[in-house]
Every structure is written in structure tokens, then in C-alpha cells.
Design a protein around this ligand. Structure first.
Ligand code: BGC
Length: 752
């Protein structure tokens, strides 16, 4: 994104001209929120405000400008899109582009300038509450999908805002937690997706995360913002703070953090409002710091055609178009992962079914309205039960039983929880100290005490819920088992919901809630052929997985979830989703169980380095329940004819050719994965790492040729001493897999 073309130079000239005309007050008004989702406008010079909106799963509903209360109008229903975790499971770059395009077009249709998406944080711990909003545990996969997604968004003259930069690995204590990370881990794991988002995707904006990195808040972090983002990566777009992530005026002003947003309506008291003005008046901060921020904002405005000569050519966008829903359906279908299908139980033959028993709360639940800032006011959402009924029609009897009890959560959470989440902090001793600038933040002990009470209350609530669940489940289990015995087919649809997968807190364990494990065991006792489908945003333990013949996993897959679900169950669509994260057999198998799980307050040291997710399971030779990259199809693919050729052309290192044949009876798609293993590494390196992938669609009997070019960078690792990536010459094994464990072809290449 460095400036090079004549056009860019012209724009820079225009920016400078505008800058000269702006008064300090006007400039200040442009760099902080003047509404919960917009900055101040300078009408005199025709500079509009920046209108932002969440979030990854569609364009969020409208709020009053000064209060976290939805306007309540009926004009802001939108296309509810598959979560980023669902999108990543498609392993499909084209769908990532189209999904980005839908989001961008809807955002523009709703009059937005910046869409606060995609979320691309690396999933370190399965318990992180916001994992459902993120793509993968693997930097390569997250980067590969973020890039086309961003391009799709921005094609609509709307800025993507990749978030949350960086190392936002947990929700607990999210505003203050200090993520301690070494340089190699930062560069190899937590930064590559952001770097690709900026350099290859050309993201016009980046959101600075809430947390600290190595002792400094991200939005005040010179190394992160000035050195890495701007100098190393050449980013010249706009950095927007997460809502309430700025704590210190001078520090934030003096790094290249451009726009301060927050959750409170006291806009004049934002750090980048009156406090900054005072700091400038006192000579503590140079006005030039403000100028740089305004430059970055104006540059983005020109790119978005919000100002300048191309203003009339700005795209208008559209929301809720049938074309959008079609893309949502295709993405949902490709995102669902067939984890197990013994005896080829799926697809079901509708003609043979007179009566079908559907059991489980997630069959009948909609999820669009939860999860935190990713919540969506969906135009509609088809739940699995409705999807099945729509598909089967009136001649098949569909009997439904909820199976287990889900306690209702108090409604207060939904409307103004964002304000509340910061308010609690602001009103605590800690918050006051943070607010009173210059004071030291209280130590970890003190903060732990403030939160102790909250934890106690939560524990009491949980105990109460558990008692209630247990009581109610007696009858619900009985009813479910009864209908299971009487039906031709049994489909269980359980899993998680946004009481677990959510912004603002992490899960406390990896178990299925509401005694579902107990119910599934009993169900499999009476119907060993029951199809077990789970919907959730992050992995769960499945202690019954050996007993179940068929397991289908879906992330929150958008408004067409039910339709996609039915199409897969009954064979109208062939599943091709693969896991973008490891599903451990038990949480205790994860490194984070030993090394600091999400839920720790104060500081969290990522001392596992590169070894979490499949990199850890490989190293320790622990078998997960379902490995990274796993997902079945109704057809079979055979991999053959691997050839590996050295490339002589500059940065290119190796050309990998192979062919994949669909040897089954149905058309299908396969995500072919390329991992590399250094054979004689000079430093400690993961057993294998994903370096490339391609999704191949094949008719039955057809063979597809696949070519991968691996660049030298794909073989590199970060050398902290020299602060650079280096490539060790030597032999590397190239592994071609249908998953990270199902390696079908192997070959060696030598790097000189
Ligand atoms: C979240 C962001 C979101 C912002 C605005 C914050 O609480 O962390 O992801 O974009 O609020 O709603």
C-alpha cells in the first residue's frame, strides 16, 4: 500500500491542501467518536463523518447515536452471514471473496463507510469466547481467507477494519490483560494474517485491540503500531481503536493510532478530544501528531470516494438481495463438517422415511441475535428443524422434542451490555485509576479482588442453573428417548449457543452444556444409528464419539443454516467443510490447560510459543478427537502423481504438482492441504506446518490437476536475534494431506 502511482501523489496533494484549511478543533473532531459509531464531520469543508458498523456476521442494527439502545426501527434487518469460523471451514478463497463482497455491499447499502470486520485473531485456546468470530488456529489459513474477504468488502467502497490487532487471545479481563509474547511467536503465529490483510488484502483500516502486549496497551503500542504496522508493513490507512481501548492521551496520540472510539456518550471527554487539546496547548503533544492522524483518515476517505472528485461515483450498495442469500447458502453448505460417517449413514434417503424424530434445542433455536457485537438483526434465520420440514414437506411426519433444558438468560444483557462492560471497569477502583491519567494501574492482586465477587456470583448462578437443568431434564430425556424409539430416523441437534460463544467472557470448560453428553449416551443406547449434529462456535468434548456412527458439525452458519443442514442430511449437497482448528479429545490435552487457559486475569504468558493447536498435538504425539483439516465427503478422493520441482525464479522455491481423482459416485469438493516438515532444522521447529491448500471440485470419475507454488518465505522461520525471517538451506519433506493427519503423498525438496 505504499504510494506510487500518479493518482496517489495527486491525492496526497489534496490531503495536504485540506489539512491546511482545517483548524485544530476541526481536526480534533475528526479523530474521535462523536457518536457511538461515528466520528465528527467538518461540514464547512465537505468532510463527512466516518460511519462505522459491526461486524463480521452482517451489518449490525442501528443504535441511537448517544445510547446503546437500538433505534428499534424496522429498516435494519439484514443478511445474516456465516461466522468467520464457518467461512474458514470452507477452505474456499472464492467464497471468502464473495462473503466479503456481500458484507461490503450490505454495509454500503446501509450507508456505512467502515465495516468492523473481519476478525482474524489466531485461536490459541478453544475456550476463548470469541473464537466463533475468528477464522483459524493456523496463520496461513487465516491469512489466505482474510485477503480475498477484505478485497470483496472494499470493492464496494467500504473499508474493512481487520480486528483485533493483535494477540487478543481471550475475553476475560480483555481491557487490561497483558499478553506476554516472544518475538518469534509474534511474527510466526500472531502477525502473519494481519500482515497479509494489510499488504495483500490492502485493508484500509485496522482495529487496535483492547489488551496489552508485553506491558503496553495495543492502542498505545509504539512497537506494534509504528514499527511493525507502519514501518515494516508500510500501512498508510487508518487505525481505529477498539471501543474504549485508549487509556492514555499522550501515549496514544504519539503513536500512529488515528481514531479513538468508545462506548460512552461523553464524547468531549474522550482522550482524543479535550484532553488532547489541552495536552497540545500545554506543549506536551505536538499538533503534527494530530495532522498525521487526519492524513490517514482523509486518505481512507479519498479511497472510499467519500470526498474528492470521484464522490459521485461511489457505489450505493444494496442489502437483503436474493443474490446475497444464495452466497450465504453456498457458504453454509460448504462450511458444515462431516466428522464421522460410519456405514455411510448419511445421506439419508427421504423416500424411506415416514417418521423422523428431531431432538435437541439447537434444532429449533436461532442464534443471530447473540454473541456480543457480532449480533445481527437477521431478515430471517432458518433453524435446522424448519430447514428439514421445508425440505421434507407434509408427507413425512417430523416429531420434535427439545431433549434438554436451557435456562433463560436475563434480557438485560442484550441492549447496553457494551457500555456496561466498560462502565463496570470505569466505576471500579481500577477504572478510576485508569481514568485519572498519570496514576499507576493498580496491581494484579487488587484487580483480582475486584473481580472475585463477580466470579462468586457467577458460580452461584451456575449452581442454581445446574440444579434446574437436572430437575427438568428427567422428563425431557424420557420424552426424547420415547420419540427416538418410534421413528425411522433420529437426528439430534445440540451443541452450544451464544451463552457460551460470546464476546466479553470465555468458557470455563470444553464440555457440552445442559447434560447433553448424558442424553446423547442414552440416545445412542436406544438408537445407535442416531445422527448426532452439533452447532457451536468452538470445539467441545465428545466423550461418546466412538459410540456414534455419524457426527456432523456446524459453526453458526447464517440465515440459511437450516436449509444447508437439510440439503446435506438428504444428499442434495455433498459436505466439503474441513476443520480450521483442532478438536481435542479433552480440554486437558491442550497446552493451554497447563499453560494458562483463557480465564486468567492480569497477564497471560504465551510460553508455549509456536506449540498450540496441531503444532502442539503433533509435538506431543497426542491424538485429538478430530484433527486440524479433517472433514469427510459422501464421495472418495484418490491422490496421486506427486512431482516436486525446484523453481529458479527469484522468490519461488518449489513447484508441487499432483492429481486428485473423485473415485466415488457423487460430485464433490476436496480441500487438498500442503504441509512442510524441515528434515534437519537448525532451530526448534514444528513437526509440520500448513503452507498451501486448494479446494478442488470434481464430478464423479474426474481427475483434477493441482499445482502449488511454494515461495522461499514458506520455508522461513523468524530469527529474533537478527529480527528477520531466514530460510535454512537443506531438505524439507512436502506432505500432501486430506487433513493434517491423513497424509496421502510425500516427497522431498532441497533448498539451497
Ligand atoms: C468489540 C469490537 C467491536 C466494537 C464495536 C468492541 O466491544 O471488541 O469487536 O467492533 O466493540 O461494537
Amino acid at each position: 500500500m505504499r504510494l506510487n502511482s500518479r493518482n496517489d501523489k495527486k491525492t496526497e496533494g489534496q490531503i495536504e491542501k485540506l489539512l491546511k484549511k482545517l483548524t485544530l478543533d476541526e481536526k480534533i473532531s475528526m479523530i474521535h467518536g462523536a457518536g457511538l459509531f461515528q466520528t465528527g464531520a467538518v461540514e464547512r469543508l465537505d468532510i463527512p463523518s466516518l460511519r462505522c458498523s459491526d461486524g463480521p456476521m452482517g451489518v449490525r442494527n442501528e443504535f441511537h447515536n448517544e445510547r446503546w439502545i437500538p433505534t428499534g426501527n424496522h429498516d435494519d434487518y439484514v443478511t445474516y452471514m456465516p461466522s468467520n469460523s464457518a467461512l474458514a471451514s470452507t477452505w474456499n478463497r472464492e467464497l471468502a471473496y464473495q462473503s466479503g463482497y456481500v458484507l461490503g455491499e450490505e454495509a454500503r447499502g446501509r450507508g456505512k463507510d467502515v465495516i468492523l470486520a473481519p476478525g482474524i485473531n489466531i485461536k490459541r485456546d478453544p475456550l476463548c469466547g470469541r473464537n466463533f468470530e475468528y477464522m483459524s488456529e493456523d496463520p496461513k489459513l487465516a491469512a489466505a481467507l482474510a485477503v480475498p474477504f477484505i478485497k470483496g468488502v472494499q470493492e464496494n467502497d467500504v473499508a474493512a477494519c481487520v480486528k483485533h490487532f493483535a494477540c487478543n487471545v481471550q475475553e476475560t479481563d480483555r481491557l487490561m490483560v497483558d499478553t506476554i509474547v516472544d518475538e518469534r511467536t509474534l511474527y510466526e503465529i500472531y502477525l502473519p494474517a494481519f500482515q497479509a490483510a494489510v499488504q495483500e488484502g490492502g485493508s484500509y483500516s485496522v482495529m487496535g485491540a483492547y489488551n496489552m502486549i508485553n506491558g503496553t496497551h495495543c492502542c498505545e503500542n509504539k512497537k506494534l503500531l509504528d514499527s511493525i504496522l507502519r514501518e515494516e508493513w508500510g500501512f498508510d490507512g487508518t487505525v481505529i481503536s477498539d471501543w474504549g481501548a485508549v487509556h492514555k492521551t499522550k501515549q496514544a496520540a504519539e503513536v500512529t493510532m488515528d481514531v479513538e472510539m468508545s462506548v460512552f456518550p461523553d464524547f468531549d471527554d474522550y482522550k482524543f478530544a479535550n484532553p488532547l487539546k489541552e495536552a497540545i496547548a500545554k506543549g506536551e503533544v505536538e499538533e503534527s501528531a494530530v495532522d498525521n492522524k487526519v492524513r490517514n483518515i482523509l486518505r481512507m476517505m479519498f479511497r472510499l470516494k467519500m470526498i474528492g472528485k470521484e464522490k459521485d461515483m461511489r457505489k450505493a450498495g444494496v442489502y437483503n438481495s436474493p443474490a446475497h442469500r444464495e452466497i450465504v447458502l453456498r457458504t453454509a453448505e460448504e462450511s458444515m463438517i462431516l466428522l464421522k460417517n460410519k456405514e455411510n449413514k448419511l445421506p439419508l434417503n427421504r423416500k424411506k422415511i415416514k417418521k423422523i424424530a428431531v431432538i435437541g434445542q439447537n434444532a429449533a433455536k436461532i442464534h443471530s441475535d447473540g454473541g456480543g457485537s457480532a449480533e445481527i438483526k437477521a431478515l430471517y434465520e432458518i433453524c435446522p428443524l424448519m430447514g428439514m420440514k421445508m425440505y421434507l414437506g407434509g408427507n413425512t411426519e417430523v416429531v420434535y422434542a427439545p431433549g434438554y433444558y436451557v435456562p433463560e438468560k436475563p434480557k438485560t444483557f442484550s441492549n447496553n451490555w457494551q457500555e456496561k462492560s466498560l462502565d463496570e471497569l470505569e466505576n471500579s477502583d481500577i477504572g478510576l485509576a485508569v481514568r485519572r491519567e498519570g496514576e499507576e494501574s493498580p496491581d494484579v492482586q487488587e484487580r483480582a479482588e475486584v473481580f472475585r465477587k463477580e466470579e462468586e456470583e457467577k458460580a452461584a448462578q451456575k449452581e442454581n442453573d445446574n440444579r434446574l437443568i437436572h430437575e427438568k431434564n428427567v422428563r425431557l430425556f424420557e420424552e426424547a428417548l420415547q420419540i427416538a424409539k418410534e421413528a425411522d430416523e433420529v437426528i439430534f441437534v445440540g451443541g452450544l449457543n451464544h451463552d457460551f460463544d460470546s464476546e466479553g467472557f470465555d468458557r470455563s470448560d470444553m464440555k457440552l452444556p445442559y447434560e447433553q453428553d448424558m442424553l446423547i449416551e442414552k440416545l445412542l443406547d436406544v438408537r445407535k444409528d442416531a445422527v448426532i449434529a452439533l452447532i457451536g462456535g468452538s470445539p467441545v468434548e465428545m466423550p461418546w464419539r466412538d459410540k456414534a456412527e455419524t457426527i456432523l458439525w456446524s459453526y453458526y452458519a447464517g440465515m440459511e443454516t437450516g436449509k444447508a443442514f437439510a440439503r446435506i442430511l438428504f444428499g442434495e449437497a455433498n459436505p466439503s467443510g474441513k476443520l480450521a482448528e483442532t478438536f481435542p479429545a479433552a480440554y486437558d490435552d491442550c497446552i493451554t490447560a497447563k499453560n494458562g487457559q483463557s480465564g486468567i486475569r492480569g497477564s497471560i504468558r504465551l510460553s508455549e510459543g509456536l506449540y498450540y493447536g496441531y503444532r502442539y498435538f503433533d509435538k506431543e504425539r497426542i491424538a485429538p478427537a478430530f484433527c486440524f483439516g479433517h472433514g469427510l465427503s459422501f464421495t472418495k478422493f484418490v491422490y496421486k502423481n506427486l512431482s516436486i520441482k525446484q523453481e529458479k525464479d527469484g522468490n519461488k522455491a518449489v513447484r508441487v504438482n499432483l492429481s486428485v481423482k473423485n473415485v466415488g459416485k457423487l460430485a464433490g469438493a476436496e480441500a487438498v492441504q500442503v504441509y512442510i516438515t524441515p528434515i534437519t532444522p537448525k532451530i526448534d521447529r514444528p513437526v509440520k506446518e500448513l503452507k498451501a491448500f486448494a479446494k478442488v471440485k470434481l464430478q464423479p470419475g474426474r481427475t483434477g490437476k493441482v499445482t502449488f507454488i511454494l515461495n522461499r518465505q514458506d520455508f522461513a522461520c523468524f530469527d529474533s536475534e537478527n529480527h528477520a525471517f531466514t530460510v535454512d538451506p537443506g531438505d524439507y519433506e512436502i506432505l500432501i494431506g486430506a487433513s493434517s493427519e491423513d497424509i496421502r503423498l510425500r516427497g522431498i525438496c532441497t533448498l539451497v
